[in-house]
Every structure is written in C-alpha cells, then in structure tokens.
Design a protein around this ligand. Sequence first.
Ligand code: ADP
Ligand code: MG
Length: 189
Amino acid sequence: MVGREKETLRREMLQKRKSLSEEEIREASLKVCERIKELSSFKRAKTVMLYYPVRGEIDLRPLFEEVLRDPQKVLLLPKVTRDGDMLAVELAEGTPLVKGGFGIPEPAGGRIFKPEKIDFVTVPGVAFDKRGCRLGMGKGFYDRFLPRVKGVKVGVAYDFQLVENVPCEEHDIPLDLIVTPSGIFERGG
Ligand code: ADP
Ligand code: MG
C-alpha cells in the first residue's frame, strides 16, 4: 500500500525537520538559495514561483529579494483557494502578506498568473528521490498544479530529505531538479 508507505516516511521526515535548530535551518537555506541563484534556468526565468516557508521548510526568502530587485523578473507565490485549488499570485514590491488557507502567508492581492506562464517553480516537500519523485504534505496541491507548468520544476530540500526511494503513484508529478545544501540533482542523472 503506497498510501501507508507515504505516511510512514512523511512522519519520520517531519520529525527530523522539526528537530532542526534555527541556525541549521538558516545555514541550509542560504546554501540552497546560492545554488538556485547560479542555475541558468533561474537566471533566464522571467516568472519565478517560490513559496513561503512554514514548519521549518527551507527558507527561500533571500531569493524573494533577489527576484523583486530584478526588473526582468516577476515573483509569484502560491495561494490556496476555498475549493482547494492552488493559484500563482504575483507578490509585487510593497504588497503585504496575509494569512491564507492553512495559515500560510500569501500576497494580499495581485495578478494571477496561469501555471503555463511560469518559467521556474520551486516546490517544497517532505522527501524527494533522485528520480524526481516527491512526497508532500498529503494534499496533492502541487500534483494538481504542476501538470500545467511548462517551465522548470525544482524540488527544494535538506540533504536528509533526499532519500533512496520515495513511494510514487501515477498522479505524482516528477521534478526536473532537486536542490539541497550539498548539491543539485537532475532527474535520472
Ligand atoms: P502529496 O503529493 O501532497 O504528498 P499525494 O501524492 O498522496 O500527496 O496526493 C494526495 C491526494 O491528492 C491523492 O490521494 C489524490 O486524491 C489527490 N490528487 C493528487 N493528484 C491529483 C490529481 N491530478 N487530480 C485529482 N486529485 C489528485
Ligand atoms: Mg504527491
């Protein structure tokens, strides 16, 4: 039963993430930001979707600044709708963040971009493997969103979150790259 395997791995990984210190989170996050900044796909991207970090996820906020400063780029963040969809909403300079569904901060307002218009999207998760498989929080938001994204899909993780084998199902959308503090892993590479 894939569902049960997912649940076991999810619990184990969330436990480990919970035990990280502020300092460990900051250090790992800065390394991941540096790696992402050097990716040619990131440099080329005009529309960049990041995410707001919750529950000890890798913190990409230094990249928010980077993208906002670049006049060629638009910063997008996820917004969860009442009917359980995920939208990509622009975070323009000066737009406040407000708590949305699940209490996660999202832009108070802003242009909505179609997933097809996104050049580069970072995807948080609980565990990943080198085939690009991803385990999320169990709600399938990104699995429903990513099929429409034509740009580069990048999983973001701590080193311990990159495991040998993530239980994968038909509906799980593989990522093109996984970035951790210690490296960049290409799908199937
Ligand atoms: P996560 O990716 O968050 O770890 P799962 O991959 O287990 O979680 O997906 C959670 C649930 O989301 C699935 O059991 C399924 O019901 C739903 N789901 C995933 N992808 C789709 C899809 N493309 N269309 C409809 N429902 C989906
Ligand atoms: Mg999934």
